[in-house]
Write a protein that binds this ligand. Structure first.
Ligand code: UD1
Length: 420
């Protein structure tokens, strides 16, 4: 199993190019099922999760041509000959459930494995299923599979999600584009990746109002066509590299990104004492060799502070001046990085959903283990400032969501290598 060997102490400086967002690329790939002619996506990151979703599409008979170097993926869904997404593929990545809505809307039936829980929480999908049922689908959950069927087309309806769900909003939005009549969805997720999906669907011919708001109105159309579309920048990758600058007292400029995607995170960096400057497609964080000040925050749906940046900013707090209080409200078990950070000398007290972090002068290197995607990045950040050499095990988690992470970090001056 691959590991990272990281020598702490380097101050990160320079420019890093941000990739397309994993969390946008996945729903966009699922949306290709809806199109009656081929779609070409560009700026698709070269990541394990993207490969998994492509395998799911191929298992449905869809023809996919991918050029990893240029980041383009050409999808021809006209060769689709199956409506079955097997457990073997879905279990490795929960987002595979996103093929359910499009399959049902376009072909009237789908059998998709239930994704099950994952390390950060139970993550059920009942909101996806409830909404599709309200649109006229007959849904049976049997032997770990969702069997969904509809006579004719799905029907437009009005419904409100019981909680803000990114995947639920995306699944139902895709299904509603080809439904008969109008669907009004309330309490929708407003994450930039939902907006990116809605923008692709509109380009394909869908009629959607309220994009970027928590109410989406979708007027169903008879068919959607193929287009060329570029994936939005990865706001979490952007925030992670800026956190690396904040953590090491450096100055990092992220390019091919968009400051409007992560305003809540940028405000926290400013509160830490960092100087943020930005243009339409770049953001620079300059910590000017200073120690960051501890910050407090709660994770909440967009546009508030994202749960996917919680672990990284907690890690900056571990070496900050003062005490920060963090409350995780999205996932029930998203503090698995805490015991690992504690092994490196961090002072963190967890009480239920709240973590109180008191900054220490320095962390110490230790053998640590990645437990999930964003937690892995938080341990990389910790290792960058720790005294000594950290061995980070189970980095397959980080490969799911950070494109060419060690090359990008080395480009900024980090001392990091992948070892077997
Ligand atoms: C997506 C992101 C993930 C991010 C999360 C929250 C992708 C591929 N992943 O995950 O990186 O951390 O949004 O911003 O885009 N819930 C239910 N029932 C449901 C659906 C959700 O109880 O039917 C709960 C979940 O267990 C969780 C919360 O709602 O506690 C939010 O989940 P959701 O927004 O659906 O997350 P994902 O779409 O899985």
């Amino acid at each position: 199993m691959d590991k990272f060997r990281i020598q702490g102490g380097a101050c990160l400086n320079g420019t890093v190019r941000i990739s397309g967002a994993k969390n946008a690329a996945l729903p966009l790939l699922a949306a290709t099922i809806l199109a009656s002619s081929p779609i070409t996506l560009s700026n698709v990151p070269d990541l394990k999760d993207v490969s998994t979703l492509i395998k799911v599409l191929e298992s449905l008979g869809i023809t996919v041509q991918r050029d990893k170097t240029s980041g383009s993926v050409h999808v021809d869904a006209s060769t689709l000959n199956s409506r079955f997404a097997p457990y073997e593929l879905v279990k490795t990545m929960r987002a595979s459930i996103l093929v359910l809505g499009p399959l049902l809307a376009r072909y009237g039936e789908a059998t998709v494995s239930l994704p099950g829980g994952c390390a950060i929480g139970s993550r059920p999908v009942e909101q996806h299923l409830k909404a599709l049922e309200a649109m006229g689908a007959e849904i049976r959950v049997e032997n770990g599979y969702v069997h969904a069927k509809v006579d004719g087309r799905l029907k437009g309806t009005r419904l409100s999600f019981d909680m803000v769900t990114v995947g639920g909003t995306e699944n139902v939005l895709m299904a509603a584009t080809l439904a008969e009549g109008t669907t009004i969805l309330d309490n929708c997720a407003r994450e930039p990746e939902v907006t990116d999906l809605a923008n692709l669907l509109v380009k394909m011919g869908a009629k959607i109002e309220g994009i970027d708001s928590d109410q989406l109105t979708i007027h169903g159309v008879d068919s959607l066509s193929g287009v060329d579309y570029s994936v939005v920048a990865d706001r979490i990758e952007t925030g992670s590299y800026l956190a690396a600058a904040a953590m090491t007292g450096g100055c990092v400029r992220t390019t091919h990104t968009d400051p409007r995607l992560l305003e809540a995170v940028l405000r926290k960096f400013e509160e830490m004492g960092a100087t943020i400057t930005s243009g339409t497609d770049w953001i620079e964080l300059d910590m000017r060799g200073k120690r960051p000040k501890a910050v407090s925050f709660r994770t909440l749906p967009h546009p508030a502070f994202p749960t996917d940046m919680q672990a990284q900013i907690m890690t900056v707090n571990t070496i900050a001046d003062g005490t920060g209080t963090i409350t995780e409200t999205i996932f029930e078990n998203r503090y698995m990085h805490v015991p690992e950070l504690s092994r490196m000398g961090a002072k963190i007290q967890v009480d239920g959903h709240t973590a109180i972090v008191t900054g220490v002068e320095t962390l110490q290197a230790a053998p640590v283990m990645a437990t999930d995607l964003r937690a892995s990045m938080s341990l990389v950040l910790a290792a960058l400032t720790a005294q000594g050499e950290t061995i980070l095990d189970r980095i397959y988690h980080i490969d799911r969501g950070y494109e060419h992470v060690e090359e990008k970090l080395r480009g900024l001056g980090a001392v990091i290598e992948r070892v077997k």
